[in-house]
Ligand binder design. Structure first.
Ligand code: 6MZ
Length: 336
């Protein structure tokens, strides 16, 4: 995979204030931190090999998460990585970050879903002291989880609101069935939590149809659609989080110019550029914007509008969205 963009494009995209809505905590770790933790925790060197970068299939990416999860097993580490990940997004001029992570019950490490999430929130509070980026959390349900575990995550999210604003459904898209998590997701909606769901990352038309009928607040990926699903998706007007490098590296999409960003964007469907796993895919939100600029011939005005319009797809209140718009407008006034 080679991502092409000019230094000038990257520099413009770095200067843009940005909104990141699709970033998985454990996928966004610094390499140096993973290496340090792997050493500290005496990780088997054959496992660290899996972490080497390059093109990987989607199933290989899930092996990578398995390894990362072996080094982020204690509360202090979770606090540290959360703080670092937020600092990295802030350094990339991300002014609003919706960070998502899967609360984990790991009794062997004295960890519950609640203690996991509280450790993450401590990291968020520490990061907030050093940067102006506004951060909210989404709690993810992993597709490997059963109905009870999904419900426990939803309950926890409601208890930790307003720091937690919503629920994500993610994980290996070839695992599990929609019926398992739907009751928990319905319950989340009743509790006032916002919902974003990974859909069509692989071709699974019956599930994608069910998800579109469920009408989450946002969708993630939407790579593999047939004509009927595409029509249903366009009619839904549900905003979609698009992660270019992730889809190319995992081979869900063949090449950047072939990415479905372009038809969605040209059709006027609401799209938001995101990183997915900036550590695993060696990217940043500025790079994703620069890749889009180059691959789809976007102008600086297009890029500005993409970033500005992302504000309305955040899970913030209208008043908080308005505050972000004011800060974008201030940036525009001083930089144009
Ligand atoms: C689906 C993904 C993903 O939650 O431990 N995750 N799920 N598709 C993807 N595309 C590449 N990338 C990451 O972060 C890692 C977890 O996020 C989900 C997977 O469940 C992965 O285990 P957390 O912080």
């Amino acid at each position: 995979m080679s991502a092409h963009y000019t230094e000038q494009q990257l520099s413009f995209c770095t200067s843009l204030p940005k909104v990141e809505l699709h970033a998985h905590l454990n996928g966004s770790l610094r390499d140096s931190t993973i290496r340090e933790l792997a050493l500290q925790k005496n990780l088997d060197p054959s496992l660290t090999k899996v972490l080497e970068k390059g093109d990987r299939t989607l199933s290989e990416v899930f092996q990578v998460f398995g390894v990362i999860h072996q080094v982020t097993t204690d509360h202090a580490t979770l606090t540290r990585i959360t703080q670092e990940v937020i600092e990295d997004f802030a350094a990339d001029n991300v002014q609003y970050l919706e960070l998502r992570t899967t609360p984990k019950d790991r009794p062997e490490h004295g960890m519950t879903k609640r203690s996991y999430t509280e450790a993450v929130i401590r990291g968020l509070r520490l990061a907030e002291q050093g940067c102006t980026t506004v951060v909210r959390l989404l709690l993810s349900i992993d597709r490997r989880e059963d109905a009870a575990a999904a419900m426990a995550t939803v309950q926890l999210a409601a208890e930790l609101s307003p720091c937690v604003v919503g629920i994500d459904l993610s994980g290996n898209p070839t695992v599990g069935t929609w019926e398992t998590w739907e009751p928990a997701l319905q319950h989340a909606r009743k509790l006032g939590l916002r919902l974003t769901i990974h859909a069509a990352e692989v071709y699974n038309p019956s599930e994608t149809k069910q998800i579109l009928e469920f009408r989450p607040d946002r969708l993630g990926h939407m790579c593999c659609l047939d004509d009927n699903l595409e029509k249903q998706f366009y009619d839904s007007l549900i905003p979609v989080e698009l992660c270019l490098s992730s889809n190319i590296i995992t081979e869900s999409v063949g090449s950047f110019p072939d990415h479905h960003f372009l038809p969605f964007f040209q059709a006027g469907h609401p799209v938001v550029l995101c990183t997915d796993d900036s550590g695993v895919f060696e990217t940043s939100l500025s790079k994703e914007y620069a890749i889009a600029a180059q691959a789809f011939g976007l102008s600086q005005k297009d890029l500005w509008q993409l970033s500005y319009q992302a504000i309305q797809h955040t899970f913030l209140s209208r008043e908080d969205q308005q505050k972000l718009r004011e800060s974008w407008n201030e940036h525009y006034a001083t930089h144009s």
